[in-house]
Design a protein around this ligand. Structure first.
Ligand code: ADP
Length: 434
C-alpha cells in the first residue's frame, strides 16, 4: 500500500470514528432524555388516573363489577380491592396463581416500606410508587409496575386498594426506540464512512497529482541527464584507450565533454529555478517598477543574439509613459528573457521579432511577436508543461522544455496571465497580462 493510500485509509477511519463518537454521544443523550420524559409523563398520567379512580371509589356506595372490568380491560390496570380486609372478587375475573402472588409481593413490598400508618385516617389516602416484580421471561428479569396504594374510609369501615399499571408497553416502546436508533446509527456510520472515503480522496487529489508530477519531473530530469552523461562516459572510455586516441582526438573529446557539461549545468540551473519557484518560502520581491525599463534592458540583452542569427529585432513602447507596474522586476526580466530566447531560437534567419507593451483597463500588456516556426494548436497547452518540447525543438541543445514552465510559474505567482496565439502570417505571439 502506498503512503498516500495509507493516509487515505487512516484519515477516513479517523474522521468516521470522531463523527461516530459525536453522533453516539448526542443521540445517546437525546435518547436518555426522551426516555426519562416518557417515564415522567407516564407516571404523571398514572397519578391523574388514580385521582379519578379514588374519587370514583369514594363516591360509589356499591362497587360494580362492570366498573372494575372496564378498568382492567386490555390489561391497562390490575386492581386488588379489600373491603374491610376481605378481598373483593368479581365475576369473569381470572384469578390465578400469578395474579395472587403478584398481589402478595406488592403488598409485602408496600408494608415493608410503608412510612405512614393510615388505619386511623378519616380521609382518603393514596401513595404511588414503582415496583419491580420477578418474571418468568428469561431476558427481561423484572416486570415493572406503577403501583398506587389507596386507603378510603367508608362509614365505619374502610376500603383498601392496590392499583397496578403494567409498564411493559412503555418498556416495549423504549426498547423498540433503542433498536431503531441502533439500526439508524449503523446505517449512519456506514454512510459517514462512504462520505469520508470520497471526501478524503477528493482532498488528497491535489497531493496525489503533485506526487505524480514530482515523479514525472524526476523521471524526465533523469532522462535528460542520461544523454550528456552517456556521451561523457563514452568519451572517457575512448580516451582511456591510448592506442586509438591521438592528441587531436583527445582534444575533440574534451571539447565534446565540455559542451555536455555546460549542457548539464544549464539543465541544473533551469531545474533550480523551477524548484525555487515551487518553494513555499520563496517570496516575490514586489515593488513599483517601470515596465518600459525592463523591456528595454531585455531588448538590449538579446539584440546581439538576434543580429547574429540575422533576425530583425524591434521594440514598440507607448509614447506616454505607462503607470508603474507592481511586480517583482527580477522575475519579470526572467520571464521576458525566456520569451525572447525562445523567439530567437524558433525563428529562422530573416525573420522578425517585435516587443511591444500597452496599458489598458488597469492592466499592463506585453507582447512578444515572432514570425518563426509557430506552434500547432494541439501543442499550445502542452508547451507550458515541464520538459515538454515540440518534436522539431528536440534537436536544439540547451532546450530542455523547462523555459515556459518557469515562465508560467512566474506568471502564476504574480496572478497574471500568459497566453500564446498564432502571429498572422506565421509565427507565435506570446501575451503577458499583468
Ligand atoms: P525549450 O527550452 O525547449 O525552449 P520551453 O518550455 O521554453 O522549452 O518551450 C517548450 C516548447 O515550446 C519548445 O520546445 C518549442 O517547441 C515550443 N516553443 C516555445 N516558444 C516557441 C516559439 N516562440 N515559437 C515556436 N515554438 C516555441
Amino acid at each position: 500500500m502506498t503512503i498516500l493510500k495509507k493516509v487515505r485509509v487512516r484519515l477516513t477511519l479517523l474522521c468516521t470514528g470522531v463523527t461516530t463518537l459525536i453522533l453516539f454521544l448526542i443521540s445517546g443523550a437525546y435518547l436518555l432524555l426522551a426516555e426519562s420524559n416518557l417515564k415522567d409523563n407516564q407516571f404523571k398520567s398514572f397519578q391523574n388516573d388514580i385521582k379519578t379512580i379514588t374519587s370514583n371509589l369514594e363516591s360509589q356506595s356499591i362497587i360494580t363489577y362492570d366498573w372494575l372490568a372496564k378498568l382492567e380491560a386490555g390489561d391497562r390496570y390490575l386492581v386488588f380491592l379489600k373491603d374491610n380486609d376481605v378481598s373483593l372478587l368479581y365475576e369473569n375475573r381470572q384469578e390465578n396463581e400469578d395474579r395472587e402472588s403478584l398481589y402478595q409481593s406488592v403488598k409485602t413490598y408496600y408494608e415493608e416500606n410503608q412510612t405512614k400508618d393510615v388505619s386511623s385516617y378519616y380521609s382518603t389516602y393514596h401513595e404511588e410508587f414503582t415496583f419491580a416484580g420477578e418474571t418468568t421471561f428469561p431476558i427481561i428479569k423484572k416486570n415493572h409496575y406503577y403501583v398506587s396504594y389507596c386507603y378510603i374510609p367508608k362509614g365505619q369501615g374502610h376500603l383498601e386498594a392496590y392499583i397496578l399499571k403494567p409498564l411493559q408497553p412503555m418498556y416495549t416502546q423504549i426498547y423498540s426506540q433503542r433498536a431503531l436508533f441502533a439500526i439508524l446509527g449503523v446505517l449512519a456510520v456506514f454512510l459517514l464512512f462512504c462520505f469520508f472515503l470520497y471526501l478524503v480522496k477528493l482532498m488528497l487529489k491535489p497531493v496525489e497529482e503533485n506526487q505524480k508530477k514530482q515523479n514525472l519531473f524526476v523521471a524526465a530530469a533523469s532522462h535528460e541527464f542520461r544523454t550528456p552523461l552517456a556521451v561523457i562516459m563514452s568519451c572517457l572510455s575512448a580516451m582511456r584507450n591510448p592506442s586509438g586516441c591521438s592528441t587531436d582526438t583527445s582534444l575533440d573529446f574534451l571539447e565534446i565533454m565540455e559542451g555536455e557539461t555546460e549542457r548539464m549545468s544549464h539543465l541544473i540551473n533551469d531545474m533550480l529555478l523551477l524548484t525555487n519557484q515551487h518553494n513555499p518560502n520563496h517570496q516575490l520581491q514586489i515593488e513599483d517598477c517601470e515596465l518600459e525599463t525592463l523591456l528595454l534592458k531585455c531588448y538590449e540583452g538579446f539584440e546581439q543574439m538576434a543580429m547574429d542569427k540575422k533576425i530583425s529585432f524591434h521594440i514598440q513602447l507607448p509614447e506616454d509613459p505607462m503607470p508603474l507596474c507592481y511586480c517583482d522586476p527580477e522575475k519579470i526580466s526572467q520571464l521576458l528573457a525566456i520569451l525572447s530566447h525562445n523567439a530567437i531560437s524558433y525563428t529562422e534567419p530573416g525573420g522578425k521579432i517585435t516587443f511591444s507593451a500597452k496599458y489598458r483597463n488597469s492592466h499592463h500588456y506585453i507582447w512578444v511577436v515572432d514570425t518563426g516556426i509557430g506552434i500547432l494548436d494541439e501543442d499550445k497547452k502542452k508547451i507550458f508543461e515541464q520538459f515538454y518540447r515540440v518534436d522539431n525543438a528536440r534537436s536544439k541543445k540547451n532546450h530542455f522544455g523547462l523555459g515556459l514552465s518557469i515562465a508560467m510559474e512566474i506568471v502564476m505567482a504574480h496572478k497574471a496571465r500568459l497566453t500564446v496565439t498564432d502571429t498572422p502570417g506565421g509565427g507565435s505571439t506570446f501575451l503577458v497580462r499583468l
